[in-house]
Ligand binder design. Structure first.
Ligand SMILES: [Zn+2]
Length: 275
């Protein structure tokens, strides 16, 4: 698939156990950001970027998705009620102060998230993160974080997939906001991805205590923005927020590409970091 090869040539660093921390990875990002503009036009010519939803070739003016897919992508900007419902849900259940997202998890957005998650498209995930970063910067009631923490994958899942899509999205958000990312502040101690068909309550029980804070000194008194690809039941970001708050972080908010809290009983996509 050309888009995958394109991403491997232009894309971001692989994240794995023992790989650089978020802070050090930013140095690598600077090197890539110098190299990328130099070779990107040539690669665009040889391997034209494709729509992450339908796979059609992207026009020069398009990013992530082609124009028809982008038109069908259900944005949250026009759906204040859904966003407010999601915020109330997360605040009540997990103490998360704010949540923001680009889209509803529907239509072409499902295909985009699937591509980012399973297609090896690290730089596409970072580009989606940049789009999310711009969205957060423009939000009228912007929640100001000190630190960004992506939802960690279980080490077994990380070895299998080779990268954490949420960490890539977090790097994109960081590039726009200037807020540092720490990818190893917390670890996932239980692989819960096999329990994908659980309903909301069972899923909450399932992920409770699934995260452990490894670096409490970094999060102490900090306002932390948790970044994930999709928030479906809110159980996963809620469990991570609980772990962070219990370890001394001052406040938590969440940001994701897409949200599906309209149906809290909806199962998350298989193998996700989110839920
Ligand atoms: Zn498309």
């Amino acid at each position: 698939m050309p888009v995958r090869l394109y991403d491997q040539l232009v894309g971001g660093a692989q994240v794995g156990p023992g790989s650089p921390t978020g802070f050090r990875a930013r140095k690598g990002s600077r090197i890539r950001s110098l190299v990328r503009p130099a070779i990107a036009p040539l690669l665009d010519f040889l391997l034209p970027p494709c729509c992450l939803a339908c796979g059609n070739r992207l026009a020069v003016s398009d990013a992530l998705m082609c124009a028809p897919c982008m038109r069908r992508a259900p944005g949250l900007d026009d759906d204040v009620v859904a966003l407010q419902r999601a915020r109330t849900h997360l605040r009540t259940e997990s103490g998360i102060e704010d949540v923001n997202a680009l889209w509803h998890f529907e239509g072409p957005v499902r295909d985009l998230v699937h591509s980012i998650k399973y297609g090896g498209l690290w730089s596409a995930a970072e580009a989606a993160g940049e789009r999310l970063g711009h969205h957060l910067e423009r939000a009228p009631d912007r929640w100001l974080p000190d630190l960004i923490i992506p939802v960690p994958l279980h080490p077994a899942r990380l070895r299998e997939r080779g990268y954490n899509q949420s960490a890539c999205i977090a790097r994109g958000v960081s590039r726009i906001s200037g807020v540092p990312v720490c990818e190893n502040a917390a670890v996932r101690t239980r692989d819960t991805a096999t329990q994908t068909s659980l309903d909301h309550l069972r899923r909450r029980k399932n992920v409770a205590g699934a995260f452990r804070v490894r670096r409490p000194e970094i999060i102490r008194d900090a306002r932390v923005l948790i970044v994930d690809d999709v928030v479906t039941t809110g159980a996963t970001v809620g469990a991570l927020a609980q772990a962070l708050l219990q370890s001394g972080c001052r406040a938590c908010a969440a940001a994701c590409l897409a949200i599906a809290l309209g149906d809290a009983a909806q199962p998350e996509p298989p193998g996700g970091s989110g839920g």
